[in-house]
Design a protein around this ligand. Sequence first.
Ligand SMILES: Cc1cc2nc3c(=O)[nH]c(=O)nc-3n(C[C@H](O)[C@H](O)[C@H](O)COP(=O)(O)OP(=O)(O)OC[C@H]3O[C@@H](n4cnc5c(N)ncnc54)[C@H](O)[C@@H]3O)c2cc1C
Length: 490
Amino acid sequence: MGQFDRRTLLKAGLKAGAVVTAGALTSCSDTSPASAGANTAAAPNWNSFSRSLKGRLFMPSTAGYAAAHQLFNPRWDSVQPAAVVKAANATDVQKAINFARGNKLVMVPKGGGHSYVGASTISKGLMVDLGAIRGMSYTNGVLTVGAGARLYDVHAFLDKYGRSLPTGTCPTVGVAGLTLGGGLGIHTRAFGLTCDRLLSMGVITADGVARNVSTTVDPDLFWALRGSGGGNLGVVTSFRFATIPATKLGFFRLTWPESKAAAVVRGWQKFAQSAPITSWVNLHIDARSNGTLSIHVLGISTTGNAAAAAAQLESFVGSRASTRSITVKTHLEAVKYLGGGTTSPRTGFLAGSDVLKGPMNAATITALLGAVKAAARAKTPATAIIDPLGGQAAKQPTGGASWPWRSALGVIQWYCGTPAHPTSAQLKIAQTFITNGHRAVRAYSAGGYVNYVETGRSVSTYYGASLTRLRTVKKKYDPANFFHTAYTLV
Ligand SMILES: Cc1cc2nc3c(=O)[nH]c(=O)nc-3n(C[C@H](O)[C@H](O)[C@H](O)COP(=O)(O)OP(=O)(O)OC[C@H]3O[C@@H](n4cnc5c(N)ncnc54)[C@H](O)[C@@H]3O)c2cc1C
C-alpha cells in the first residue's frame, strides 16, 4: 500500500491532490550533471502514484526521507531526490519507470548504494530503491536472487547448501551494482567475474516492459548487461546465477619492507601472468602517515595450499617476506574475514582505477610507487590496490559479456579515505593522488573499471572494444535515452 498520504502533503505545506512539480519540492537552481530538471507540462501526481505502490514513497517532507535517500558514502547525503520509492516488488519498479517517463523525471535505481560517484541518487529525480527485493532460492546449483540483496546475505544463504558465488568482498555491496559492472574478487581467476556466472536476469526496460533476458531471449541486452555497469539499460529486478562449490580456502598475508617495493610489484606481475588459476593475490601499497610505504599482499589458494602459493610469490619477488601469516578458513569464515565482518559502516572515500594492459616496466613501477609516496609525504590516507585478472576472467562466458578487459593483467584501484562530509580542499587532495596515479601508469592503462567509476572521466574510458556495440544496444532498448545521468552510456 502506498504510504505517501495526505498527512505527508500537509507537512510539506501542500494540499493533497494538488498539482506539485518535483521542482517545487526542491531547489530549482541546481544544474549539476547529477540532477534532473522536471519540466513537465502537467505536474506529477505523486498522490496517486504513491497509492498505486505496494512499497513506500518518501518525499523530502516524509518522515524517514533522510535515511531513505542515503548511500554508503555519506558524501552524497546532500543530494536530494524529488522522491524515493522503496519498491516492494518488480511491479513497483515497473510503475516507477512508467511514472518517471510520463513525468519527464530522471530515474535512478539503487541496489546496495555503493556507487563511487553517487550514481544511485539524483537531485530532483526519482530514486528507486530495490533493497527490499532481496528474496533468494536455490535449486540444482542455481541461485535466484532479488536485485536488492547484499553480498553477505548471498554468501550466508548459499553456505547452507555448500555453495558460493564469485563476488567482491564488502558485505554490504549490492549484488545488482557489482554484477552489472562485472564483479571482481578472490575467485575471479578460478571461476570468472560475477557477471560471468549469470544465466538470466529479470529486467524492466525504459518502455516499462518486463523481460527475462538470457543467451536465448534478448541476447544482445543480456550481453550488454554483463559488465556495462548499472543504471544504463534497464532496471534489473532478479538474477539467476550458476553457483560454485563453497570450499575451504588457504590464505596468505605477506609483508615486505619499503626497500623491496619495486621487487614486490615485479613479483606480483609475474605471479598474475604465470601462477595457477587456483591462486589469486592482491597487492596493497599504502601511504603511511609517517611518510613511508607499507607493502603487503593478501592471497588465496582455492586448493587450500596457501603455503605453496606464498612460496611461489616469494620466489618471483626474489626475497622471503618479512612477515608471513598462513591460514585455512571455511567458506563463511573466509567471507567474514575478507569483509571485516557481516556488515560495513558508511565510509567517506574518493577512488578511481586503471586497467593494466600488461606488466609495467621499471620506470612505470617507480612512478606508481612515487605517486603513493607523494601521498604518504603529504599525510594523505591513500592506497593503491592491485587485483589480478587472468584465468577464467580472460575467457568470455557462454553467450559473451560486454565486460571489456579480458586480456588485461589486472586492475589498480587508487583509493583515498576522506571525512564523511569532505570539504572541497579535502576532495582536491584525494583527487590529486588519483590523478597522479593515472599519470604514473598511463602508458600501461587500457581504461578504467566501471565499478570504480570516477567523475570527470569520459564514459568511454570504461568500455574498451565493447563501446560501439553497447551504444547500438542502448539505442535499441532505450531509444529516448530515458536512463541517463552523467555516468551512463550515450
Ligand atoms: C566498500 C566497497 C567495496 C567494494 N568492493 C568491491 C569488490 O571487491 N569488487 C568489485 O568488483 N567491486 C567492489 N566495489 C565496487 C562496487 O562493485 C560498485 O560500487 C557497485 O556499483 C556497487 O553496487 P551497489 O548495488 O552497492 O551500488 P548502487 O550505488 O546501488 O548502484 C551502482 C550503480 O548501479 C545502478 N543500479 C543499482 N541497482 C540496479 C538495478 N537493480 N538495475 C540496474 N542498475 C542498478 C545504480 O543506479 C548505479 O548506477 C566496492 C565498493 C565499495 C564502496
